[in-house]
Design a protein around this ligand. Sequence first.
Ligand code: ADP
Length: 500
Amino acid sequence: MAESIETTSGKKIITLFSSFIMELNNIKSRDQILSALVRILRKIVSPKWVVILDERKKLPLSFPKDDDHNYMRFSELIDWAMENNSHSFYPVGDEIVGLLPMIRAGEIRGIIILGLNEEPKVEEIDALRVFSFLSSTVAENIMLLQELTEKNRLVEETMNYLHSILDTFPEMVIVVSQEGEIVYMNRRFVEESNNDEIKEKAMQIAREVIETGTRRTGEIESDGQFYSIVAEPLKYYSTTQAVTTIMNITSTKELEKLKQIDRMKAEFIANISHELRTPLAAIKAYSETILNSLEEIDIDTLKDFTKTIYEESQHLENLLNELLDFSKMERKALKMERRNVNVVEVIKSAVDSMMEYANSNKVKLFFESNDDVIEAYVDPTRIRQVALNLISNAIKYSKKEAENKYVRVKLEKKEDTFLLLVEDNGVGVPKDKLGKIFEKFYRVDSSLTYEVSGTGLGLSIVKEIVELHGGRVWVESEEGKGSTFNVEIPLSLEGNDGQH
Ligand code: ADP
């Protein structure tokens, strides 16, 4: 053994081993493999050219680069060498062609074909044999690397494809990891993620999904825009992530609202025709009766009839005024004529003028105030209108057959505001309708209450007037028990007379 190492061929093989290991250690990319092999080969012989094929005779790696040296001309020799695992050298023209099959684990892995100027010596042939044996491992690695690179490319392409699809979505999409970090965001989210409010809400919903493992949804309003958020759980290895989609639904919301207003408008038109016809029919009927029986009618009946005609025409006038106010309100043309007035007097007079209406509905109407004078800079006609509206509603929506019906009107002076309170023990407003009754045209489904006339405009006008005075109006109510409408208005507004 020691002797053979001393031989030239033994030394060459040891040099070959060490240079093989050194060269392979330095390889960083697939492209460097061939040049490394050629460099090693050159330590044994001086090939003019080299071609390396895989076991299917494909993938030619060649030196000089990109020249396959027409290796197919040795096709038969290649087949023979590969079949017989025979290292062989043939003179072809003025060169010697060497065929070195690469075998690993008994299987052919490919073949190295090289062109030499002269026939190699015996020890060179030995070294070439070892070289081809070692190169088979390299050839296998090249193939694995090739496959891996191809697979990586496919994975990357698929990822890019999916990302491009997600980037075309008009929705914002994020994926939140179990640790609560955003691990993916599509382009739309990147573009709009400067809105912290939406981001926070989306993250909160995503966290709920991760905690519970179930779908969660939510809505948020930000800068006048409405967003819907839907988060779905996604299993990722042993963790749960949340795929969260954020969609701008402002236009859908607006459309819904427009549709609802449209529906309410249609109802309103049907309603208002009925509202106008009722007093008109009464006026017509009573005046006809008077005309037809002028001779025989006694003075008391005549008084009664004309009183009814007067009341009905007043009702008609009120309705028309309400319509006119509403139309002004829509055109932003509702004007306030403000001056310093005693609000106690204004409200008291409104209560007085409602007394008869209350009595005829068997409702006890009373007024309370700790102060005789509360001075405020307001439009007295409009404030009276607010009170009349709230009081007439309180009477209108009392329980039809109930005992002890009352409407309490209370006026209170606060620090720099006054508070008007109209309390009743009537039918009340269902909880889910409380937010809606101040909207234009809105009327609570009367099957819940009972048939009472109305336009659905009163409270929207009240709200507008109160707001034009810089105040606010709100309601507390329990269905079946009663309601309290509250109006709070500043005593005077500095630097703003509330006029449009
Ligand atoms: P309407 O002409 O129908 O009275 P409003 O705008 O004044 O119109 O009121 C809107 C709706 O609010 C009413 O249709 C009624 O359902 C409800 N509402 C108003 N005031 C009261 C009240 N005091 N008690 C119960 N419901 C009320």
